[in-house]
Design a protein around this ligand. Structure first.
Ligand SMILES: *[C@@H]1O[C@H](CO)[C@@H](O)[C@H](O)[C@H]1NC(C)=O
Ligand SMILES: *[C@@H]1O[C@H](CO)[C@@H](O)[C@H](O)[C@H]1NC(C)=O
Ligand SMILES: *[C@@H]1O[C@H](CO)[C@@H](O)[C@H](O)[C@H]1NC(C)=O
Ligand SMILES: *[C@@H]1O[C@H](CO)[C@@H](O)[C@H](O)[C@H]1NC(C)=O
Ligand SMILES: *[C@@H]1O[C@H](CO)[C@@H](O)[C@H](O)[C@H]1NC(C)=O
Length: 368
């Protein structure tokens, strides 16, 4: 495609001025899981299921894995979906503002740390590890000569929004950029749990599925055949943060890829009802972790991806399409970050009686 050739030619040159020498990467560890040893999530932006599903590149990728056609985002707009995906609640959040969630609120990385499972997030065009700024503009490689363009936004970087990560230097150092990613892959040092956020043009936010398709072809496809990224113990979730069309429910395109998917399931469709919380319950089930005592343990919203549920013997809840809850609401859930003072409620403590898919205890941060 003419466009992607142009992009390839411009990319290396244009990125050089913002290059930060990579820091020492996470050292890959092998804490074996029951279904996979590495989980990679890649989130794209604001696209209806039907739009992605009708796009050739997405069809091609789905043929190499399992299409999930009943996978839903949780709310609108973007940021609450991201914060929910790593911690099991969106706290009533209903906008894309600057939030810093108090340090006694746990996330998935607290659970991973209980078993020394290495983790990192890779945020394209973030200027430095652990960057806490609201956004970052860098050289506009799409329009040479144009002013710097905002490629990075905090609202798509879920872990940095949690002070339990952002204010602990050893953890903040694991919120890395794509220069680090390239170095970490080259060093066979990428961790066992990764959250990947492409920049605002590559993820489709400022562009469309034609642009994003070209990027997936350029960036993801080679990685799928690179054993330093994807081997037979790797599970990859490729999805979106939310549906584009408000006024309908919030179904999004999602596919499970990676060598951990048995070949006989390639090109199949799984119509189990999943949400962003399923990424938490699946990881918990795989490594026998505890839970966060939030919606990560919800019997409706947190079904475990079927191949993993099968591997661990977890029983999912059957949620027929007619029973799928409305997940397209915004601002109606009470919580500490709801912009409407009438809907304020404090951060709830974890429900210590909850039992998640991993079966372990509910994590309660020390000092609570
Ligand atoms: C998604 O796309 C595939 C391939 O074109 C098609 O067979 C399938 O029916 C679509 N799924 C839905 C739920 O529309
Ligand atoms: C990639 O790794 C090789 C060998 O481990 C090393 O010599 C090389 O400098 C690395 N390249 C980059 C770009 O980090
Ligand atoms: C949510 O989706 C339902 C079902 O499609 C629709 O009737 C409703 O208008 C939507 N609500 C919002 C706030 O988008
Ligand atoms: C998401 O948006 C598309 C496009 O408007 C719509 O067709 C679809 O039904 C929406 N909701 C669901 C549940 O997919
Ligand atoms: C977090 O700490 C604050 C300040 O000590 C306390 O008021 C609050 O109850 C704690 N929240 C939770 C959910 O533990």
């Amino acid at each position: 495609m003419k466009f992607s050739v142009l992009y390839l030619l411009l990319l290396p040159v244009a990125v050089v001025p913002t290059f930060v020498p990579p820091s020492l990467g996470p050292t890959e560890q092998k804490v074996h899981g029951k279904s996979f040893d590495r989980f990679i999530q890649i989130w794209l932006e604001n696209t209806d299921f039907e739009t992605a599903n009708a796009t050739a590149e997405f069809q091609k990728l789905a043929s190499q894995g399992i299409l999930l056609d009943q996978y839903f985002a949780l709310t609108h707009p973007s940021e609450p979906n991201y914060v929910a995906g790593v911690a099991g609640d969106f706290w009533g959040m209903a906008n894309d503002g600057f939030f810093a969630i108090p340090s006694n609120i746990s996330t998935i990385v607290d659970l991973l740390d209980t078993k020394d499972i290495s983790w990192a997030s890779y945020q394209e065009n973030a200027p430095a590890d652990g960057f806490t700024g609201f956004s970052f503009a860098s050289v506009n490689y799409l329009s040479p000569g144009a002013p710097p363009r905002t490629f990075y936004v905090r609202k798509h970087n879920p872990l940095i929004i949690y002070d339990s990560v952002a204010t602990v230097p050893s953890r903040a150092a694991r919120i890395r950029n794509f220069n680090d990613f390239a170095a970490d892959v080259n060093a066979s040092a990428i961790p066992q749990w990764l959250f990947v956020t492409p920049n605002l043009v590559n993820d489709g936010h400022d562009t469309d599925m034609t642009f994003t398709s070209a990027w997936l072809e350029f960036w993801l496809e080679p990685l799928l055949t690179d054993r330093r990224f994807n081997d037979e113990h790797t599970l990859i979730l490729l999805t979106f943060d939310e549906n584009e069309t408000k006024g309908t429910n919030n179904r999004i395109w999602a596919a499970l890829l990676g060598g951990a998917i048995p070949k006989h399931l390639h090109g199949t469709t799984d119509s189990t009802f999943y949400t962003h919380y399923s990424a938490l319950s699946t990881v918990q089930a795989n490594w026998g972790l505890g839970s966060l005592g939030r919606f990560d343990t919800d019997k409706i919203l947190a079904n475990v991806y079927a191949p993993v549920a099968d591997a661990v013997g977890f029983k999912n809840t059957d949620v027929p399409p007619s029973a799928v809850p409305l997940l397209n609401q915004s601002g109606t859930t009470p919580g500490p970050l709801n912009p409407n003072p009438a809907l304020f409620a404090p951060f709830p403590p974890p429900d210590t009686s909850a039992v998640g898919a991993g079966g372990g205890p509910v994590f309660v941060p020390s000092g609570n």
